[in-house]
Design a protein around this ligand. Structure first.
Ligand SMILES: *Cc1c(COP(=O)(O)O)cnc(C)c1O
Length: 381
């Protein structure tokens, strides 16, 4: 079955007890057993819950995965994945990794003896030279947050495997509708379902999927043992979100492409970062490994002051962290989502503006950006 059909039906059969077409929110912590150890597959909701199981089945299918495990947040998924490693192990990450992941690696795991090296996107073309015997994991985002860098997933997987390392791809920006890393050789795909998968800015959640049975068994064990599990209502919200993922992503991509083109023409914009633009260094790879180029657009304003002025001057684009909802958002990563990277090997440029382009009317969104990009002096004339 096609993606759109699986998003609506996979793991979401009508409720066997009542016929309810929508998977119920099984808001329960425990399950009554017929005899000691005799139950219907559920004994305690940290271990298993039917609403969570439906979400894990549906999302795994969308990522072409045999196994899916849901977590309390994207960082809940990330910290669980870090427990696949031991102190002394080395991880190579893309330099402009999500700020919260950098905070975790540098301030939580590095002091415990884990080793992290951050590689600029352009150095991934010779990734093999940067891996050694201690490297157990390569961690990429593509497109990356917030610089929209693109990494060749197939090439990264080959280099990682040659060094005996796992390739983890954070697929939050692309979503499985646009890109399926496991099909390209990645070992694990990880998500913040808070973003496009939930899609309505009303839930925080995370997810990981794999086709490696050993990794899957360990992730399931760690889910139960570390306890970063999502509640049933949150699972239900994400399950509801993914039913419309395909139609939402199509509109996000159309709107973002139009906005990127308009911004590229604007004299007050120094540079637009959007993989859909032929001038983007990752355009050819993105065109090859993605169905379309996504809903995130970043651009460099003339100065840090100008970036902050623009972010405050938009009216439809609300000034807020997060992304991937139906409503458009604007932010300045250096002062907001990526403040934790200020003294990192990679620091978000202070004049960078990041847009999460929603699914409102593209014409309205363009009008909003154009009025915000007119400087105050010209507006008062
Ligand atoms: C938001 C985000 C995360 C963290 O997810 P949470 O759900 O906020 O914990 C990780 N990676 C990327 C790319 C993100 O955008």
């Amino acid at each position: 079955m096609d993606f759109e059909t699986r998003a609506i039906h996979e793991g979401q059969e009508p409720d066997p007890a009542t016929g309810a077409i929508i998977t119920p929110i099984y808001q329960t912590s425990t399950y009554v057993q017929d005899a000691v150890g005799e139950h219907k597959g559920y004994d305690y909701s940290r271990v298993a819950n039917p609403t969570r199981h439906a979400l894990e089945t549906a999302l795994a299918s969308l990522e072409s995965a045999e196994h899916g495990v849901a977590y309390s947040s994207g960082l809940g998924a990330t910290t669980t994945l870090m427990h696949l490693l031991n102190p002394g192990d080395r991880v190579v990450l893309i330099a402009d990794v999500y700020g919260g992941v950098y905070r975790m690696t540098s301030q939580v795991y590095e002091p415990k003896g884990y080793r992290f090296d951050y590689l600029p996107a352009e150095d991934f073309t010779n990734l093999a030279e940067h891996l050694d015997e201690q490297t157990r994991m390569v961690w990429i985002e593509t497109p990356s947050n917030p610089m929209l860098n693109v990494i060749d997933i197939r090439a990264a997987a080959e280099a990682a495997h040659a060094a005996g390392a796992l390739l983890v791809v954070d697929n939050t920006f692309a979503t499985p509708y646009l890109q399926r890393p496991l099909e390209l050789g990645a070992d694990v795909v990880v998500h913040s379902t808070t973003k496009y998968l939930g899609g309505h800015s009303d839930v925080v959640g995370g997810f990981a999927a794999t086709n490696d049975p050993t990794v899957a068994e360990r992730l399931r064990f760690l889910q139960k043992s570390l306890g970063a599990v999502p509640g049933p209502f949150d699972c239900w919200l994400v399950l509801r979100g993914i039913k419309t993922l395909a139609v939402r992503m199509r509109q996000h991509c159309l709107n973002a492409a139009e906005i990127a083109a308009v911004l590229a023409q604007n004299p007050r914009v120094e540079r637009v970062l959007y993989p859909g633009l032929p001038t983007h260094p990752g355009h050819a790879i993105a065109a090859h490994q993605m169905r379309d180029f996504g809903g995130m657009v970043s651009f460099l304003a003339e100065s840090p002051e100008e970036a902050e002025r623009i972010a405050a001057a938009t009216r439809l684009f609300q000034l807020a962290e997060s992304l991937g909802g139906v409503e458009s958002l604007v932010e300045v990563p250096a002062r907001m989502t990526h403040a934790a990277t200020a003294d990192a090997p990679f620091a978000a440029p202070p004049n960078l503006v990041r847009l999460s382009v929603g699914i409102e009317s593209a014409a309205d969104l363009v009008d909003d950006l154009e009025q915000a990009l007119v400087p105050a002096a010209a507006r008062s004339r």
